[in-house]
Design a protein around this ligand. Structure first.
Ligand code: TXE
Length: 490
């Protein structure tokens, strides 16, 4: 265990405060949230539980910043500021990745990629600030009408624990690009990199109050932020039920929302697919980040002629996975918390009670040298029926449900047979089959012959109960600006 304590010590002093109006705040409540390393169970310190008044202070600071030095930066200078923030993060990739791994359990390699992804969001949107053009609308000779994009005001960001740093950046970079100010509430399990990013932003020159971070639980601090009448837009990533609560809170003061509420994404392998390519792709598509990815390909739809071979190769692949502490770069790290481990184990237990059996994994596991960690085996259940809980509910853990299908039409029917519509993938060498699937599947993003093949420039979001709105790319700017139309009568 002491090696993990050594690693925690090597990360340096970890933040135990919030950032409001450019100041570190330790919060007025005696109650604090203990933060744990999910790989070892060791404590990383604690953060405050912001009260309603403290959330209000953060929102008021953001509101004041809307008319401060931030508001008078030229678009070019605002773009430069975003670029500088990206560069400041880049200079700290190593430390941020270490802390992200300690905070959320991700492998160090994955953490490094997500920190670099955070840099990408700032550099992508830095280049767009002085290109946010409006339109002119023809109204005849006696009038001139033009539109411009203006900020929405203070935006609220509720961030989950599965990809904390890049989810923070994918909301904050575009909202700043559009000239807004923000208050962020990171997940109670993983608050550390959000606090550090807010400080790095200030070091890069961002004026105080432009980005504030309040820590706390969802039901008090999070709700106070989403109910705050001065918050004009809320970006939320999390569970479907909490998303509905966020939308209800936003409705109370007519704020707009972007909701990303998870998925049960189908990954289809047709009989002509290149299995050498499909096997690692299916495994990575579902087991990356221990299955704690909203767009994970958790339902494998496989055409019957290749069903047996594919499952057998996937089982071999899953059984070969090495589990361990994220800092050791294993194939798979721990789940975020004991609560999440219990939830995933509950899905497995109930599946067994319904008569399903696991052909790989299916149990919590203790990993040598990580005895306090929350590990679950990479798991596969074959012949799951489409109406089973394992095919309908988001598990958010490393369990793959295999559903054999007769042909492409059957696959499309099964693929669309859930409340979710976030992502989908298909492996085939036949471009017509791939495109028929891509057109028919109800999903915000479709991956052909390469799951999770997107980037910071590709719009991301869900159809049906997976959410509302899109983040990333140029489309991601729409949530953070509003159109003002000016008509001049001559
Ligand atoms: O989610 P919550 P939880 C799914 C996944 C997981 C399940 C439960 O299936 O198993 O959700 O995880 C804040 N007002 N996803 O309980 O509650 C909370 O503090 C305002 C999918 O962690 O949705 C945290 O910051 N905020 C997912 C964030 O919401 C509130 C990522 C997410 O918590 C709040 C995470 C409230 N009333 C979980 N209640 C994805 N789509 O990627 C909670 N929060």
């Amino acid at each position: 265990m002491s090696r993990w304590q050594d690693a925690i010590d090597a990360a340096g002093k970890l933040p135990e405060y919030m950032i409001v109006d450019g100041q570190r705040q330790s919060g007025s409540r005696a109650e604090r949230i203990e933060v744990y390393d999910p790989g070892s169970g060791l404590s990383l310190g604690s953060v405050p539980v912001a009260t309603i008044d403290e959330v209000d202070e953060a929102v008021q600071a953001a509101k004041r910043a809307l008319t401060g030095p931030w508001s008078v930066l030229s678009p070019k200078d605002r773009g430069r500021m975003l670029w500088s923030i990206g560069e400041r993060i880049r200079e700290n990739v190593e430390r941020l990745a270490l802390i992200e791994t300690l905070d959320c359990g991700k492998t160090l390699q994955d953490s490094t990629i997500t920190v670099e992804r955070a840099v990408d969001y700032f550099s992508y949107y830095a280049g767009i600030v002085d290109k946010l053009e409006g339109t002119t609308i023809p109204l005849g000779d006696s009038k001139v009408c033009f539109t411009e994009r203006v900020p929405v005001g203070v935006t609220g960001h509720i961030v989950p624990w599965n990809v904390p740093i890049s989810t923070f950046a994918r909301g904050i970079a575009p909202t700043l690009a559009c000239g807004n100010t923000a208050v962020v509430k990171p997940a109670e399990d993983t608050p550390l990199t959000a606090i550090l990013l807010a400080e790095l932003m200030q070091e890069a020159g961002l004026p105080p109050g432009v980005v504030n971070v309040v820590t706390g639980y969802g039901a008090n601090t999070g709700q106070a932020l989403t109910e705050h009448p001065e918050v004009r837009h809320i970006t939320f990533t999390g569970s479907m039920n909490t998303g509905k609560a966020v939308m209800t809170a936003a409705a109370s003061h007519v704020a707009s929302v972007t909701l990303e509420l998870g998925g049960k994404s189908p990954h289809l392998v047709l009989k002509d697919a290149d299995l050498d390519r499909a096997v690692p792709d299916v495994l990575k598509g579902v087991f990356k980040n221990a299955g704690q990815i909203c767009s994970a390909g958790t339902r494998l739809l496989v055409e019957r002629p290749v069903h047996a071979e594919l499952v057998s190769r996937l089982v071999d692949g899953a059984n070969a996975y090495v589990l361990g502490h994220g800092l050791e770069n294993p194939d798979m790290g721990p789940l975020i918390s004991a609560r999440q481990l219990q939830s995933v184990a509950g899905f497995a237990e109930r599946a067994r009670e319904r008569g399903l059996s696991f052909c790989a994994g299916g149990n919590p596991v203790t990993v040598e040298t990580c005895e306090g960690g929350n590990f679950f085996e990479p798991s596969i259940v074959d012949n799951v029926s489409s109406d089973d809980e394992l095919a309908q509910s988001e598990i958010f853990g490393p369990i793959l449900s295999v559903i054999p299908v007769n042909d492409l039409d059957h696959a499309i029917e099964v693929a669309n047979d859930t409340a979710y519509g976030l992502a989908a993938g298909v492996h085939t060498l036949d471009v017509s089959q791939a495109m028929r699937f891509a057109k028919a599947v109800e999903a915000g993003q479709v991956f052909i012959n390469g799951y999770h093949g997107g980037s910071d420039a590709v719009p991301f979001g869900g159809m049906k109960d997976s959410g509302i709105g899109r983040e990333k790319g140029l489309t991601g700017l729409d949530a953070y600006s509003q159109i003002k139309a000016v008509t001049i009568s001559m």
